[in-house]
Design a binder for this molecule. Sequence first.
Ligand code: HEC
Length: 291
Amino acid sequence: MSIRARFIILIGILSLLATIGIGATSYKFSVDNALAEAKSKGHLVFDYLQSSRIYFKSQQRPLIMEHVARGTFIPELMSGFTLTRGVWSEFQKKNKDYLFKQATIDPLHPDNKADKFDLVIIDKFRKNQNMKQAEGVIDKNGASYFYYAEPIKVSRNCLRCHGDPANAPQAVTEKYGTENGYHWKAGTVAAAYVIYVPIQDALNKAKKAAVNLVAIGAGGVLVLMLIIWIFFSQYVVKPISTLEKRATEISLGKNLAQPINITSKDEIGSLARAVDRLRISVDRMLKRFQK
Ligand code: HEC
């Protein structure tokens, strides 16, 4: 293989490796960024929901309770879970990709029913009772989401409505029936607040950007190889083949009168001058013999 081909292949392979490295690093950075962004958005929305619920429970509900007859139960006015579900359904009208659920294994309201993805998260909390929060990336129906979750634990107080339906307020059993949402056990995790923030778009964009970067880089490498090829032809291969031809001629005593016209000031120029001096010496020697 010629020096030129060897050199160019080596440069090509190294530059391609560098380009792929840059593409992979850019992909990793973009993915990390997308995750960090999803995480901060998820936490923000989650905190906002919890804050509105805390305000409701600590400030509004006690006032409401003062104004209604004892024993009255109106979920829209008195249940933090109904409030959060309602606030969320308004929020989601404008933010369709986001998902939030008070995901429950056996809920009163069907909208709160945990799906198989929620169940995986609730299961983590059930297995580890000390776990206060969980977060990560989950694939839901072919799209990736960042999720953040906190467990909902059942206390004795909850059983007034979520225990035996026979003892639950009539308003609850009338509205939600007596089938689902009861017989929960105190001390267990029955549900979890879970927010899902979509990251699939960002991941796709990161992949596309990385592929584009590598494609542009590979194009650049090709152009670089072409330029090196031309440079080598002009400044190395061409003068060396001329020198080789002239050296062969000199060894055969041919064309000795014609000087070598390579005037470059590099190593090839020095070689050319040396071969030219050889030509002059051989020419002189032959002329001396011929006399
Ligand atoms: C006074 C009755 C009452 C009490 C007490 C009560 N809940 Fe509920 N809970 C409800 C009602 C009604 C809903 C349905 C809310 C809705 O419409 O989304 C509900 C919904 C929930 C949900 C959403 C899943 C579902 O069943 O629809 C969870 C989780 C929940 N409650 C947990 C608790 C916990 C934990 C406690 C105790 C700290 C508790 N509840 C105490 C009445 C009650």
